[in-house]
Design a protein around this ligand. Structure first.
Ligand code: HEM
Length: 490
């Protein structure tokens, strides 16, 4: 294996990582404010009307997912580049496509007013549209550019993983699992845990991109030539295959960063074992086929795949719960873990992932889905593992880097204040969605039926507390970033 630092200065790799991460965090910060504005509308604190609400909802959904994707891309690229040097020029090309795509999506919503949700489910972008046709085109083209950048990045990452560990056989840990004694005797090193995250992200990411591009191009053709008909069930399958997988991979990219950084706080190693390898094989498969649970309500969908959806959703939970979350708890247990902002975020993120995952499993159970489908239970569970999972993993990674390079950590008071804001305020925000969902309040309503607005009011207070926590966190990150560097390269 080549150490990237010998191939080109580490600074160039760092520049790539920070460009992706700071862009992602900037979008995240903006989208938090948009989210707060939406919750405040549902609480009837604001009254800007449904047209703007649906535009903001579209922007918030697309923006948030893309922001987490960008942060995960930067971090994972940096880590894998240490295993096997990659060409930064390709990473910059992917970055350029993605940022131009983001600009197109923003323009489609403002000033365009596009509001068919980030899932752009056919025929919604075209039927009863209150926005001009160019806005639909700008949104679709923007998403295609994001997908193109993502494809470039996934291809480069896949090449890196395959070259670093001797092809698919080495990268999947095949010999580690099936020929253990021979593998040990060969003296070869197994791929580190985060390399499995990279492999799964690259393979499932390319599959998702192919599905997304296929339906995206079909929609662009329909936008140009409305006479070209599209089968709605075909479009829905591809759209959710893309959307579910793309959103889901944000977790698996970010957990790769945790595999690397959390053990550093515990002075331990997160080893690759045969169990970990097999768990990631499961993730590779289940992430790709769990999306069927989005189509339970589609009577025209073949019944067999409804079973596939339910079984895959359940099986998808095992590798993270048994191997990563339980493994993380064991790693920390009796380790004298150094509690800093970085370790606090990563450990709390594992808890958020677990809780959100349980909420998702409940919803993926067919008899329960009949009641919870399209209620606020859905944003409840996905905000739990995205906001209190992925976003925390990313913040943990950022602070780990800042702490390592400045040699400084944050005071106990700062950690308490940040934690109270982000976990406390975030908890109140999330609880509002769970309670309202259990009470059948529908999702994606600008003006919710009772008791939605009352719940939205106290949930919005939680969101304000959360924003205060995020501001404290941001000020602390800037303080660490501005401190003189000790340059202990991680
Ligand atoms: C302060 C934090 C946040 C607030 C206040 C917030 C608020 C909201 C609100 C009010 C909705 C509409 C829910 C509905 O009625 O259906 C929503 C939807 C959504 N949010 Fe958030 N959110 C926050 C953070 C996040 C994060 C961190 C992510 C992802 C990383 C995220 C991703 C989404 C997505 C994908 C949707 C679905 C949009 C759609 O249905 O098309 N949000 N959010």
């Amino acid at each position: 294996m080549t150490d990237a630092t010998t191939a080109f200065p580490d600074r160039r790799a760092r520049n790539v990582m920070w460009a992706y991460i700071t862009t992602g965090i900037a979008i995240f910060g903006l989208m938090v404010l948009v989210g707060l504005g939406m919750r405040a509308e549902q609480a009837q604190w604001l009254n800007y009307g449904p047209g703007l609400f649906y535009s903001l909802m579209t922007l918030h959904g697309a923006g948030m997912i893309t922001s987490m994707v960008l942060c995960g891309m930067g971090g994972l690229w940096y880590l894998m580049n240490r295993e096997r040097a990659m060409d930064p020029g390709i990473a910059w090309t992917a970055y350029a496509f993605m940022t131009i795509g983001v600009v197109c999506v923003i323009a489609s919503v403002w000033p365009g007013g596009f509001g068919a949700s980030w899932t752009f489910l056919y025929p919604l972008p075209f039927v009863g549209a209150t926005w001009p046709s160019w806005a639909t085109g700008a949104f679709l083209i923007g998403l295609a550019l994001i997908m193109f950048g993502w494809t470039v990045w996934c291809t480069q990452l896949l090449g890196c993983v395959l070259r670093a560990y001797g092809g698919l056989r080495g990268a999947t840990g095949w010999d580690l699992v099936f020929h253990h004694a021979r593998f040990e005797a060969s003296g070869k090193a197994e791929p580190p845990p985060y390399a499995f995250a990279a492999l799964v992200t690259a393979v499932d990411g390319l599959l998702a991109a192919a599905g997304g591009m296929l339906v995206g191009i079909a929609l662009i053709v329909h936008w140009l030539y409305p006479g070209v008909a599209i089968d709605p069930l075909w479009a829905k399958n591809l759209t959710y295959f893309f959307g579910h997988t793309f959103a889901n991979l944000t977790i698996y990219m970010a957990i790769g960063l945790v595999y690397y950084a959390l053990p550093k706080y515990a002075d331990r190693e997160w080893h690759t074992s045969a169990v970990l390898a097999v768990a990631w094989w499961g993730t590779l498969l289940f992430v790709a086929i769990a999306y069927f649970h989005h189509l339970y309500m589609d009577f025209a969908q073949p019944q067999a795949v409804q079973y596939v959806g339910e079984v895959a959703s359940y099986l998808a939970a095992f590798p993270p719960a048994v191997v990563t979350i339980f493994g993380g708890a064991l790693l920390v247990y009796r380790s004298r873990l150094r509690w800093t902002m970085g370790s606090m975020f990563m450990y709390a993120g594992l808890i958020g992932w677990l809780i959100g995952g349980i909420g998702a499993l409940i919803d993926a159970t067919v008899p329960i889905n009949v009641s919870l489908h399209n209620t606020l239970w859905v944003p409840a569970h996905f905000h739990t593992y995205l906001l209190e999972g992925v976003a925390l993993f990313i913040l943990g990674w950022v602070f780990w880097n800042l702490e390592t390079h400045s040699g400084l950590t944050s005071s106990l008071r700062t950690r308490w204040l940040t934690g109270a804001g982000i976990f406390g305020g975030g908890g109140i925000l999330l609880l509002g969605w769970y309670v309202a969902g259990a009470d059948s309040v529908p999702r994606r309503y600008a003006a919710e039926p009772a008791p939605g607005p009352d719940i939205a009011a106290w949930a919005s207070i939680g969101a304000v507390i959360l924003v205060i926590g995020l501001i404290i966190c941001c000020v602390e990150a800037i303080r660490l970033a501005k401190s003189p560097r000790t340059e202990t390269n991680p």
